[in-house]
Design a protein around this ligand. Structure first.
Ligand SMILES: [Zn+2]
Length: 491
């Protein structure tokens, strides 16, 4: 985005912010939270509305997504990867403001590292952190924390995340962190946890919490655990100790995994926990008044259709009655000859004879085929459709609340979300300078002066304009040179 456009938007902002929030909000946030529903295309938020509808009332209740909607975002990757993005290219766009190829972890199409929102936040003195339901070295969190030519290099990513120095790392992924790597994290000051309950004992410092071998368990199989929302609340608590502010990434990672599996009941439960995490952040935003939250998806998964088979129907009530994931149901009955009654209890409905026959045949072919057969019955009965086991190029929604949330209204590209958030970071401290035509020549190399400016301690009083021009001229980072830099990097 050009600096002119940004300046214009910032002028308009206080009006929209004031209309949205009765509290007097500043035009720039101190803290920013970006929340990504992986794979959460618009069909997911619509389906979730009907899934959550209270059947005892005539109205269809608003969800948190309806309440916070701001705009839309396109998700296409760099041209070399066509129109359909993967999570790595999309996360690179959201973390760096640049398009790259599918598989890229915050590197450009030439595999050169791209500066990330988190890196820029750290330069400005902000704390950073993530709370996700996948392994923490999975594509989306990895793009905010590291750089790699491939999302598949899980071990390299687990090591590289150490250098992110992010204060809060919460999610799954124990299998990628062996004892020697954990020792490296401890040596950098990280407190290591494998039990969510143990997190209650910590409220500050650096935290590495790995609560599953790979991803966290399906929400539908652990309905009372509320892991993602708990991790989100803990991340906010720890990060808000930094008086310069923070940037937090929260990802509902497994919405996408359920979408790849074409598993509607599991997807709705993952949506429900992501919505709960959003409400935790929304509450923080409303009470504090200094925090911007931006919620979006990286792409759409599965081509979910709310209605199928030419019928004008979608049976949300049936979906609400299902009490376990098809994976878990299949695992539970594969070795159980008396399988019908326990399965019907978990499904919440009685099987027709053709359904019973189909499941009997599937049971003979193993657990995966049985799980698919259960999903087919749920889809048929609920009129849920899918067009793909992969991603689609549909635009996704953008939701926002808090200071500068007006920036996210309307259509934007996913790269612009990162660019807008980066533009809201505090500028590195610099002298307020009056450049005089006769100023002596700069005695520091530009690199040295920039690193000096970045390392400026905030406790130091800001350099006053009345300082001698000689002292001021040591710092070439004038407002003017920054603006030129900003508009050049926007191209
Ligand atoms: Zn995916």
């Amino acid at each position: 985005m050009s600096s002119k456009l940004l300046a214009l938007l910032l002028l308009v902002l206080p009006l929209t912010a004031a209309a949205a929030d009765p509290l007097k909000t500043p035009s720039k946030p101190k803290n920013m939270v970006i929340m990504i529903g992986d794979g959460m295309g618009p069909a997911y938020t619509s389906a979730y509305r009907y899934f959550k509808d209270n059947p005892d009332t005539e109205e269809i209740e608003q969800t948190v997504f309806d309440r916070l909607l701001a705009g839309m975002a396109s998700t296409y990757p760099a041209p070399v990867s066509g129109y359909v993005t993967d999570s790595a290219a999309a996360a690179t766009a959201l973390a760096t403001g640049h398009k790259s190829y599918n598989g890229a972890i915050s590197v450009d199409v030439n595999k050169a590292p791209l500066p990330t929102l988190f890196e820029k936040a750290r330069e400005a003195g902000l704390a950073t952190g993530i709370a996700v339901s996948s392994q923490i070295n999975h594509a989306t969190p990895a793009a905010f924390l590291a750089h790699n030519e491939s999302r598949k290099n899980y071990d390299e990513l687990a090591k590289a995340i150490l250098d992110s120095n992010a204060e809060v790392l919460l999610g799954g992924g124990q299998k990628y962190f062996d004892e020697s790597l954990l020792a490296d994290y401890r040596a950098r000051g990280y407190q290591h946890f494998t039990d969510i309950a143990a997190l209650d004992t910590v409220s500050s410092g650096k935290v590495l919490g790995l609560f599953a071998e790979v991803q966290l368990p399906w929400v539908i199989d652990n309905p009372e655990a509320h892991q993602l929302s708990r991790l989100t609340a803990k991340a906010l608590e720890i990060l808000s100790q930094n008086d310069k502010g923070f940037v937090l990434l929260v990802e509902g990672s497994l919405i996408d995994w359920a979408g790849h599996n074409n598993d509607i009941v599991t997807a709705m439960a993952e949506m429900d926990e992501f919505a709960r995490a959003i409400e935790v952040v929304e509450e923080f935003v409303r009470t504090r008044g200094d925090t911007l939250m931006v919620v979006t998806a990286d792409h759409n998964t599965g081509g979910l259709s709310i209605g199928a088979d030419d019928e004008y129907l979608w049976n949300a009530a049936l979906l609400r009655g299902v009490k376990a994931s098809p994976d878990t149901m299949a695992a539970g009955i594969i070795a159980n000859e008396a399988w019908q009654t326990p399965l019907e209890t978990q499904l919440g409905f009685t099987l027709e004879s053709d359904e019973h026959q189909a499941l009997s045949r599937a049971r003979m072919q193993g657990q995966d085929v049985l799980g698919s057969a259960i999903k087919t019955i749920i889809d048929k009965r609920s009129y849920t459709g899918w067009t793909s086991g992969g991603h689609t190029a549909l635009d996704v929604q953008v939701f926002a609340q808090g200071p500068a949330s007006g920036l996210f209204i309307g259509h934007q590209d996913n790269t612009e979300i990162a660019q807008k958030m980066m533009s809201l970071l505090p500028k590195p401290k610099k002298a307020a300078v009056v450049v005089e035509p006769t100023a002596p020549t700069v005695t520091l190399s530009p690199e040295a002066a920039v690193s000096e400016a970045a390392g400026t301690d905030a406790a130091k009083p800001p350099v006053q304009a009345q300082e001698t021009s000689q002292e001021a001229s040591l710092n070439p980072e004038t407002e003017a040179s920054q603006e030129i830099e900003a508009s050049a990097s926007a191209n």
